[in-house]
Write a protein that binds this ligand. Structure first.
Ligand code: FES
Length: 123
């Protein structure tokens, strides 16, 4: 008989001011597992591209090798995307405002762009 290894995954859902935890099998997708267990977390593209599901990792780590939405620098600063995150061990994360992570990642580039009127690009 095969034994399933599980790890405690804790999400501090800041937008709803509550904390959710599950024991999740290793290798499972975090966003999908939470949804299948009745907990809808923020998402949009579901493909690791948009940052709507971005979290700050408080402790532990996740496998997010399938995502392209966060730069390596943002990943090294402790940000992750739950829609492509696979469980590799116990982890605690907190949800982020989507535009907060978007601004951190792209704001420096967009602030140097001017619109047709010559004004800074407003993000
Ligand atoms: S839902 Fe878009 S990056 Fe996760």
């Amino acid at each position: 008989m095969k034994t399933t290894i599980t790890h405690k995954i804790t999400v501090r859902f800041q937008q709803e001011n509550r904390t959710i935890s599950f024991d999740v099998p290793e290798g499972e997708n975090i966003l999908h597992f939470f949804e299948e267990n009745g907990e809808k977390l923020p998402f949009s593209c579901r493909n690791g591209c948009c940052t709507a599901c971005a979290v700050k990792i408080i402790s532990g780590s996740i496998d997010q090798s399938n995502g392209i939405g966060l730069s390596k620098q943002m990943q090294e600063k402790g940000y992750g995307l739950l829609c492509i995150a696979k469980v590799i061990g116990p982890v605690s994360v907190e949800t982020q405002a989507e535009d907060e992570v978007y601004e951190l990642q792209f704001g420096q580039y967009l602030s140097s762009i001017k619109n047709k009127a010559g004004n800074p690009f407003d993000i």
